[in-house]
Design a protein around this ligand. Structure first.
Ligand code: FEO
Ligand code: CA
Ligand code: CA
Ligand code: CA
Length: 599
């Protein structure tokens, strides 16, 4: 701290060295400290018990902080600066680490219901003392809320009520219980939280239809076996054929009102949404960008029909209900013969080019031959295939800079690029067997978020430059950057520097997953500086950078993954003793945790 930060912003730090993937600790820069704000199992309400694995129940879990926190925001109340809400979603569960194996075998239905209630969202009030940075959560706070698989969501937009969404339990096709596999997200300019239902396929046992296959849903029994506990997870169960169509959406929740009904927005399409982020265009339209996180999938944008009104929250909460949906086609400007798959730059010295947002639904009409609006929105991947969108290397966060308006696209990796029968390298995805990922910087024509044309360039080609010659940092000297691999979540500080959290670095460059700052402008453009590393087995999620307040927040997701309840691989965040003897009565194992790092 104290040093003039590269690229401006208020968070001075000296980059930490990359950390071994076996270190079971949160590593932060010199002069910084960290503490856990809330952990899996912490009680949200006055009468909620603390986590005790000998007495755990679905009811308790439904009132406690959920598992595997991913998207995160810390929304500070205006004027006070000492109160606010913490919003996190809970992507998935690690049953091996949550449950004693013998108990799990003997109590499968209850264990599955606990796991169902460990999914969803948590909203908790936070507070801090005057002149202190450190936030703590408030058990029993007025806005505290758990959203689980039994919370009712309202479906809106053109596909609400569609035949494709009706089930025996919901003949309206407009009310869904719960949300699943919520990965990343975005907080809207009107203060609600969007979250993507990502790998929902893994929860469903399918019938073997082409549509199911396009979404990765198989016909085998699922690993979790939820279809044996709740029939709706078996699409082969009569009346529940469409249940999986009710997941894969962007959901919107209002963290200020615990009684509000959360919404699934069909107008943003259905795919493995990583998340969604909104920019207000010059003409007032709300533009939401979203990536489909699978190999060879697409980048999408939604443009609202109506316009944003300052200080009219109720109106703004309807903006994502109606509008146009597009998918991106990227075109390179260098000869294809110069893109050899190694990551070597073409002769013009840049991976760059132009692009078009291809219409899928415009003005309430389908732009895809042979598909109705309902079909385009429910089977959006199939629609995008038909219009010739560009197959990308796993689009994770797609986030516009609040400072420049430029859009940043985290392409986390794609080990299959260039494999037999798969697409090869192209300027926009320039490496075959793309192990480490890259980041695209996209500028809308005229910097108008509603434009249908754009230009793009690759900001960085990730990896460890010490051992990997295919890395690129926008011309910044590769020997002066922190190694970075598998970019996932994006955030910005007050000066518009990009912050990137990673998921997968332990299995690629061998270091613990990290949070990095990347300077985007000036002489330091392309400079990557590592800010923190998460403990063994964890990925870094949901970075929130309050640089003016000297704080950074992250979700530490699945610490100790690969270990088990009996033999934990991590003891984060409490590092309690006797973990090796953890029986169901003494839980000492790792907990997914939201942490605050501050100077
Ligand atoms: Fe759940 Fe795309 O990471
Ligand atoms: Ca993610
Ligand atoms: Ca070029
Ligand atoms: Ca991830």
């Amino acid at each position: 701290a104290g040093k003039q930060p590269a690229g401006g912003g208020k968070l001075g730090f000296t980059a930490i060295d990359p950390v071994s993937r076996s270190v079971d600790d949160l590593s932060v820069p010199e002069g910084y400290e960290w503490h856990s704000i809330i952990r899996w199992g912490d009680p949200l309400f006055k009468k909620t018990p603390v986590l005790d694995p000998t007495k755990q129940s679905a009811k308790h879990q439904g009132e406690q902080f959920g598992y595997n926190c991913d998207y995160l925001d810390i929304i500070v109340d205006k004027y006070s600066g000492r109160t606010g809400v913490l919003v996190a979603n809970h992507e998935y569960t690690n049953e091996d680490m949550m449950f004693d194996a013998a108990w799990f075998e003997a109590n499968k239905d209850e264990a599955r219901r606990i796991a169902m209630n460990a999914h969803g969202f948590s909203v908790v009030e936070i507070t801090r003392k005057k002149n202190e940075k450190k936030w703590t959560y408030v058990q029993g706070g007025e806005r505290n809320r758990r959203i689980t698989l039994s919370t009712e969501f309202r479906v809106d937009g053109p596909a609400a009520g569609s035949e494709l969404l009706k089930t025996a339990a919901d003949p309206t096709g407009a009310k869904v219980l719960g949300t699943l596999n919520n990965c990343s997200g975005g907080t809207t300019p009107w203060g609600t939280v969007l979250s993507g239902e990502e790998n929902f396929d893994q929860y469903f046992r399918g019938r073997g239809t082409a549509e199911e296959a396009r979404y990765g849903i198989g016909t085998a029994a699922t690993g979790r076996g939820w279809e044996d506990t709740d029939p709706r997870f078996g699409l082969n169960h009569e009346g529940f054929e469409n249940e999986a169509n009710r997941f894969g959406w962007i959901v919107e929740i209002d963290p200020q009102n615990p009684n509000s009904t959360p919404v699934k927005h069909t107008s943003l399409g259905r795919f493995k949404h990583e998340g969604a982020n909104v920019r207000i265009a010059k003409n007032g339209k709300a533009v939401a960008y979203s990536g489909d996180d699978s190999r060879f999938e697409y980048v999408y944008k939604f443009v609202s029909a109506d316009t944003y009104r300052k200080n009219d929250r109720r109106h703004n909460m309807t903006l994502l209900s109606k509008g146009d949906l597009y998918v991106a086609r990227f075109t390179g400007n260098s000869p294809a013969s110069q893109i050899d798959g190694s990551g070597a730059l073409p002769s013009d010295g840049a991976f760059d080019g132009t692009g078009t947002w291809l219409p899928l639904v415009v003005g309430g009409k389908s732009k895809v031959e042979g598909m109705s609006v309902d079909e385009v929105l429910v089977y959006t991947r199939i629609a995008a295939d038909k219009v010739g969108a560009t197959k990308m290397d796993r689009p994770e966060d797609v986030e516009p800079s609040p400072v420049s308006g430029k859009l940043y696209i985290a392409l986390t990796n794609n080990s299959d690029r260039g494999k037999a029968g798969k697409e090869g390298a192209m300027e926009q995805n320039p490496r075959v067997s793309n192990r480490d990922g890259h980041i695209i910087e996209l500028t809308e024509a005229g910097n108008d978020a509603t434009a249908t044309k754009f230009t793009w360039n690759i900001l960085l080609v990730a990896g460890d430059p010490k051992i990997n010659s295919s890395t690129y940092f926008s011309g910044y000297p590769a020997d002066k950057v922190s190694p970075i691999s598998c970019p996932d979540n994006l955030a910005f500080d007050s000066a518009g520097n990009l912050w990137i959290s990673t998921d997968g670095a332990p299995s690629t460059i061998g270091y613990a997953d990290a949070l990095h700052k990347v300077t985007l402008t000036g002489k330091d453009r392309g400079r990557v500086e590592q800010f923190l590393a998460v403990p063994t087995g964890a990925e870094t999620c949901g970075p929130v950078v309050h640089d003016k307040d000297g704080s950074v927040f992250v979700s530490v997701q699945h610490p100790g993954e690969g270990g088990s309840f009996a033999q934990p691989a991590s003891l984060f965040p409490d590092f309690a003793k006797d973990a090796g003897s953890a029986a169901r009565g003494q839980f000492y194992g790792p907990r997914p945790t939201v942490v605050q790092v501050f100077a």
